[in-house]
Write a protein that binds this ligand. Structure first.
Ligand code: BG6
Length: 467
């Protein structure tokens, strides 16, 4: 029997734009996530309805309770609270999240709240080009303080920004469609820096405003294997982790970029503009934990600066290659999901140990899961043994990491229920609870617990794995 600590937070995750729907109801403003590629290609798998959590939240939370969840990680839509990002506060938005939080607490669940999960208010993108402008830092700070004030009496776990280190590479989330190509990396570096500043400010404000709250960054975690045992490939694999995740963790935890990252910014002549007071804000912000989002691992080899790259240089992609440092390639040792995510529970154990060694902070898994096209049988069931196997092996890796000495206090896989995938609509499902709709047909949005729901319920009840 692999048992976890009594107070281990078994839960599940979601985010506002992927689950709520009601994109323009009760005063909500538009966000950049309402205008993603699905919308532009005119499919229905968009944020207008999503899983319609906005109208089903009570029943959905009851189902989560039935599964035994002790915690629920979700995000607040900034544009529901402040429709244009930095103007008037929308009381109806606050009322909605008050209802959700109260309902969770009534059902005995702990709310873990993310303030910003890929859904910048569109008005800020239009007015300031979003994070390029320091005005966006002030807007976020005011929004965060509004949330701490409104919900801080009941919400004690916060994450300022979800996966900034991944989002910064996704042009549609950063509203960078029209940025001239030659200016992209400079703008990106400025946006990234402003988000770090906003995050630090939120950590400081949270500590000041809610004395018993804990707050920490949610990162998209990368674990990279070297393509060979050649020293330069080993270095390349490390640099891939450094450029994709570790530079961000170092900024969150130590308040400054590491040397290799500063050098890169200077070499490219894209170092962000800073102000003298920033240093104190960044250095004072001490996260209480790291929220780890983990799905897969990567493999990388050295990418000499003058070699013609066989996979094509893709500096804008989340799995970008960087000439002079690393190029990504498939790992022949691992099986991948149908969407190309290389499944690797051991990678999770390695990564948790690495973060523990370097940052000595408690950690919680806030995302982990398998996105597939689940099928509803004619008997109205969803058989998803592949998901059970994926989650089982990753929970086992968490257990092993804890035995190694890692301080892990919770596991919240992605996702509680089916929701809009960030890139593949409703055909790619992650949930324990099936939502009966497709990309093109809303059907009745009926909620149907999958086999994995009953399996996870047992895991939670047993407080661990029995095999
Ligand atoms: C994470 C995001 O990066 O991955 C989620 O925080 C996202 O919002 C999840 O849904 C899975 O990715 P995708 O593209 O399969 O939805």
């Amino acid at each position: 029997m692999k048992k976890f600590k009594e107070d281990f937070l078994w839960g599940a995750s979601s985010s506002a734009f992927q689950i709520e729907g009601a994109w323009n109801e009760d005063g909500k403003g538009e966000s950049v996530a309402d205008f993603n590629s699905f919308k532009l290609s005119n499919k229905q798998a968009d944020t207008t309805v999503a899983s319609d959590f906005y109208h089903h939240y009570e029943d959905d939370i009851k189902l989560m309770k039935k599964m035994g969840m002790k915690a629920y990680r979700f995000s607040i839509a900034w544009s529901r609270i402040i429709p244009d990002g930095d103007g008037e506060i929308n009381q109806k938005g606050i009322d909605f999240y008050n209802r959700v939080i109260d309902c969770l607490i009534k059902e005995g669940m702990i709310p873990l709240v993310t303030l910003y999960h890929f859904d910048l208010p569109l008005a800020l993108a239009k007015k300031y080009n979003g994070w390029e402008n320091r005005a966006c830092v002030h807007a976020f700070s005011r929004y965060a303080q509004t949330c701490f004030q409104a919900f801080g009496d009941r919400v004690k776990y916060w994450q300022p920004i979800n996966e900034q280190n991944l989002m910064i590479r996704v042009d549609e989330r950063m509203n960078m469609w029209d940025t001239p190509k030659e200016d992209c990396e400079r703008v990106r570096a400025q946006m990234d820096y402003h988000m770090f500043l906003a995050s630090a400010q939120a950590i400081n404000n949270c500590h000041e405003m809610i004395s018993d709250a804990k707050i920490g960054p949610a990162v998209s975690s990368t674990m990279t294997y070297p393509a060979t045992s050649r020293p330069m490939d080993v270095w390349a694999a490390k640099m891939n982790d450094n450029f994709k995740t570790n530079y961000a963790l170092e900024m969150y935890c130590y308040g400054e970029y590491p040397g290799y990252y500063k050098e890169y910014l200077n070499k490219m002549d894209i170092a962000p503009k800073t102000e003298p007071t920033d240093t104190d804000i960044l250095k004072n912000a001490k996260p209480d934990f790291i929220a780890v989002n983990y799905y897969r691992t990567l493999m990388a080899g050295y990418f000499p600066i003058d070699e013609e790259h066989p996979f094509g240089t893709r500096v804008r992609d989340i799995d970008f290659d960087l000439a002079g440092y690393f190029k990504i390639m498939p790992n022949p040792e691992l099986k991948a999901s149908e969407y190309g995510a290389q499944i690797d529970p051991t990678g999770l154990r390695i990564l948790l140990n690495e973060y523990h060694r370097q940052f000595r902070l408690p950690m919680i898994i806030t995302e982990n899961g398998l996105g597939t096209a689940d099928k509803l049988t004619s008997d109205g069931e969803v058989k998803d043994p592949y998901r059970i196997s994926y989650l089982h092996d990753h929970i086992e890796a968490c257990y092993d990491a804890i035995q190694d000495g890692v301080e892990l206090f919770g596991y919240c896989p992605w996702s509680a229920m089916d929701l809009l995938s960030s890139h593949q609509g409703f055909k790619k499902r992650y949930g324990f609870i099936y939502v009966d709709r497709t990309d093109f047909d809303l059907k009745d949005l009926k909620r149907i617990p999958k086999d994995s729901f009953y399996w996870y319920r047992k895991v939670i009840k047993n407080n661990g794995l029995s095999d």
